[in-house]
Design a protein around this ligand. Sequence first.
Ligand code: ARG
Length: 464
Amino acid sequence: MTDNKNLWGGRFTGSGDETFVEFNNSFKFDKRLFEADLRASVAHCEGLFQAGILTRPESERIKTGLWTILKRSDFDKKYFNDSNSEDVHSFIESRLIQLIGDTGRKLHTGRSRNDQVATAFRLWLREEIIEISKITRELQKSLLDAAENQKEAVLPGYTHLQRAQPILWAHWCLAYFEMFARDRERLDEVWRRVNVLPLGSAALAGTSYEIDREEVAKELGFEGVTSNSLDAVSDRDFAIEFVGTCALVMVHLSRFAEDLILYASSEFQFVELSDAVSTGSSIMPQKKNPDALELIRGKAGRVFGHQTALLSMMKGLPLAYNKDMQEDKEAVFDTVDTVKISLQVAAIVMKNLRLREENTLKAATKGYLNATELADYLVQKNVPFRTAHDVVGKTVLYAISVGKELDELSLEEIRKFSKDIDETVFAALSLEQTLASKNQIGGTSPERVFEALETAREQINIEE
Ligand code: ARG
């Protein structure tokens, strides 16, 4: 209890119940904010000096003390273990006082743990967002590599998990590339809102010391300062929108995983997963399980859970700070860890993946994936699309009954359904033509896809 007494002991005569102290303690997890809190403390100390509250020697002693604590934590792995501090903020303050004596007791002038925690949390998250964006970019690169490696490969596209129309493999890769590009845009936007300094809001009402908040913000690389102290100490929107953004990353990762799990099954046999990301069965020797992808899919739920936890935790809180808000840390920490590792594993899967082009080609040319093409052919012959749709439906029904694909029917057989059809129909029904005709922006024609691939490659290289 000694550390706590240092912080708020004056008002208290009794000591805390052991179970409650353990319950209240956040140091076991918020020590992750250690370095961020130290950096913010150094900037606050400089602000106090500039405001004439600390003398130069005092502020120098405090800063040296803070850097000493940081160095100590680097080489002394047990440094954090032998503490009974309530949280990371009280830990640093008590260590500072231990180290430099009474001058250390001046550091908390003009601030509260309420603006302190908001500051450290933002500072920490700011770096993590950049890191997550970088890892997402690596995954995007692996998608581009996979697309370029098997550039001409064809895949059946699905709706309702029924074969629909043929697409290029590269088109599939680029679809996920786009999703992750939007995720990174969202991360950028969240970053901008995270990158604002709450310090100087003190407990809730603002500080009574003439600390130049803009200067402190500059020192810490924040783009600005928060405009309302009450809001600044009780706002966790930034954490919620960060987790929300990560929830979307996980949705995209999970769909990516699901696609590949299906494609790796014996039923599809579209992709070969590397041994590096698969496991075997302890009983069935033939099994090769897509555990990496299943875990990615499964872990999405954790992040959705964290988002719900944060929203529920905040919704009923009166202004301003409430201890409930201490619950924000583990949700955000676990979100960061989960998203990072899932993105990394997804990139490894992608780097080691081989598309079984022979099989995907077969699948893309079986199952009437060119039926829409026949309808479009009739439209060109001036048949209204709805009529053409009906004609082709009947043709497909007939083709199924004789066990043939559309392009395996003879001209006489097809002409039974429409006299507008002539021998040019076979060129129109070919796989090449089916693909080439999807030639508008965003379509799967090789011309468009190769163009999109180049643009994507340029985009990703510019960021280097
Ligand atoms: N550890 C707290 C948190 O993470 C910050 C301290 C604020 N505590 C307080 N009693 N005002 O939210």
